[in-house]
Design a protein around this ligand. Structure first.
Ligand code: PLP
Length: 424
C-alpha cells in the first residue's frame, strides 16, 4: 500500500530488471539501502530550489534559514532516538561514525594491554575500526562468539569482561541474520565498571524504535539512507559525559574558536566533530525521513513487517532445498538463506555449472532472481567473520522495507519455484 509514496515503484522506463518497468520491481534489498519517499525527495528539491546556503557562517537571510533547518533537524534526530540535541553529530554514514569513535575516543582512552570486546556478528564497519585500533595501540580484541546458529547470548559476554575491558562493540540488529540483540541488558553485565557501550543501529532504525536511554549506550551510529532518507548522512550519538574523553578527529573549518600560527582552540561541544561543510540538504531531507517514519508509526511498521516475516518463514518450510540461516525469533525482516540439495547432475546446459554439490552458489542464484525482477543480495554482506564462523562462504539475503507487500513475497517464491525447475 505504501509503495505509492515511493516514486521509484511507478517510474516509467526503469530498465534495471531485464527491460521491465519499475512497477515490476520487487525490491528486497532494503538492508543495503531503502528507497526514498516523495516527501523526502521534495524536501531536498525544495531546499536546493528555495533555501540553499551554507550553515553557521552566513549573516544573511538565506544563511540564517539554512541554519534554522539544520539545527531543527538535529532536534528531530535527537527526539527520534531520545537523546539531547547536543549529543547528535552529523556524519557521512554509520561507518564514519564508528570510525570516529575509534579514532577520537579509542585512541585517547585505550592504552597497551587494554581490551575491547567485539561480537563476531558485526558488519565490517563495526569490526575493522576496532581491529585497526587494536593493532595500532596494542590492545587485545576479545571476541563475543554467537551460538552455532549465529545468535549472541549475554551470558557469553559476561565471561569476557575483565578489569582491562574498555569498550563493548555490538550491533542492535544483525545485518545478515536480522534478529535483535538484547543490547539493553548489557549495562547490567557492565555494572559500575567504566566500559563504553558502542552500538551499531544501522539495521535497527528502519524497523524498531531506538532509544538511547533504554539501551543505556555511550555511543551509537547509523546511516540515514537505510531509513528512507538520503545517502551521505549518518547520525552519531555521543553521550554527553563521554565528550570530554574525546579529541577532535577531522580538523578544519567550523570547529575551532581560535587559531594562531602554532595552536588552536576547539569547540567544547559535539559540533567539534562536524569540520567542514556538512551534508546540509541531506540533513534537512533526513529529518523528513524521520517525520515520514513517525507519521506511519513503529507499531504499524512492526505489525506489517512481522506479518510478512511470519509468512516468509512459513512458506520456506515447503522448500527443503533451502537452508534458512536467520532465526525467526526477533527477526525484523532480514532473512539469510542458501540453496542446497538441488540435483546438479540433472541441471541443464550452462546452468549445470552453477550448481555445486553443495547447492547453487549465492551469486548465481542472485542473478537468476534478478532475471525474474527480484532484487536481493548475495555474498558475505560485509560480515566475513560471521560467515567464517558459520562455515559458509556466502549467503543470499532478502530484506524488507515498509513498502513490501504480499505480492512481493509471492513473486519471490514464484521465482524460487522457477529456479528450482532449472535444476530439476
Ligand atoms: N552496520 C550495519 C549493521 C550495516 O548493515 C551497514 C551497512 O549495510 C553498516 C554498518 C554500514 O553502513 P554504511 O555503509 O551506510 O556506512
Amino acid at each position: 500500500m505504501l509503495k505509492k509514496d515511493f516514486p521509484i515503484f511507478s517510474a516509467k522506463g526503469g530498465s534495471a530488471f531485464g527491460g521491465k518497468n519499475n512497477k515490476d520491481l520487487v525490491y528486497l534489498d532494503n538492508a543495503a539501502t531503502a528507497q526514498k519517499p516523495r516527501a523526502v525527495i521534495d524536501v531536498i528539491n525544495n531546499f536546493y530550489t528555495h533555501d540553499n546556503a551554507n550553515v553557521h557562517r552566513g549573516f544573511y537571510g538565506l544563511g540564517e534559514k539554512a541554519d534554522a533547518y539544520y539545527e531543527e533537524a538535529r532536534v528531530t534526530f535527537a527526539n527520534f532516538i531520545n537523546a539531547k540535541q547536543d549529543e547528535i553529530v552529523f556524519t557521512k554514514n554509520a561507518t564514519e561514525g564508528l570510525n570516529l569513535i575509534a579514532h577520537a575516543w579509542g585512541r585517547t582512552q585505550c592504552k597497551e594491554g587494554d581490551e575491547i570486546i567485539v561480537s563476531l556478528i558485526e558488519h565490517h564497519s563495526n569490526f575493522l575500526p576496532w581491529q585497526f585500533l587494536a593493532r595500532e595501540k596494542k590492545l587485545k580484541l576479545r571476541f563475543w562468539k554467537p551460538d552455532q546458529f549465529g545468535v549472541l547470548h549475554i551470558k557469553d559476554l559476561e565471561k569476557l569482561i575483565t578489569s582491562r575491558t574498555k569498550a563493548i562493540c555490538v550491533t542492535y540488529v544483525s545485518n545478515v541474520l536480522g534478529y535483535i540483540v538484547s543490547v539493553e541488558k548489557i549495562k547490567e553485565s557492565i555494572g559500575k565498571k567504566n566500559i563504553a557501550l558502542i552500538v551499531d543501529v544501522a539495521q535497527a532504525v528502519p524497523h524498531v524504535p531506538v532509544d538511547v536511554q533504554y539501551l543505556r549506550c555511550d555511543f551509537l551510529s547509523f546511516s540515514v539512507h537505510k531509513m528512507y532518507g538520503p545517502t551521505g548522512l549518518g547520525i552519531l550519538y555521543i553521550k554527553e559525559n563521554r565528550l570530554h574523553e574525546m579529541k577532535p578527529f577531522l580538523v578544519g573549518g567550523g570547529m575551532a574558536t581560535e587559531v594562531s600560527l602554532t595552536h588552536a582552540k576547539y569547540l567544547q561541544s559535539s559540533h567539534v566533530f562536524e569540520a567542514g561543510t556538512p551534508p546540509i540538504a541531506e540533513v534537512v531531507g533526513g529529518a523528513e525521513a524521520v517525520r515520514y517514519i513517525t507519521r506511519i508509526g513503529f507499531s504499524a511498521i512492526q505489525k506489517h513487517e512481522h506479518a510478512l516475516v511470519e509468512d516468509i518463514f512459513h512458506r520456506f518450510e515447503a522448500y527443503p532445498f533451502v537452508r534458512v540461516l536467520s532465526p525467526k525469533e526477533g527477526n525484523v525482516g532480514v532473512v539469510a538463506f542458501d540453496i542446497q540439495g538441488v540435483h546438479p547432475v540433472r541441471g541443464r546446459g550452462a546452468l549445470r555449472a552453477l550448481a555445486t554439490s553443495n547447492g547453487v552458489h549465492p551469486h548465481d542464484a542472485a542473478s537468476l532472481f534478478a532475471e525474474r525482477g527480484i532484487a536481493l543480495r548475495a555474498g558475505h554482506h560485509c560480515a566475513m567473520p560471521l560467515h567464517t564462523f558459520l562455515k559458509i562462504p556466502a549467503s543470499l539475503r532478502l530484506s524488507l522495507g515498509l513498502y513490501n507487500d504480499e505480492r512481493d513475497i509471492d513473486a519471490f517464491f514464484k521465482a524460487l519455484d522457477d529456479i528450482k525447475k532449472i535444476f530439476d
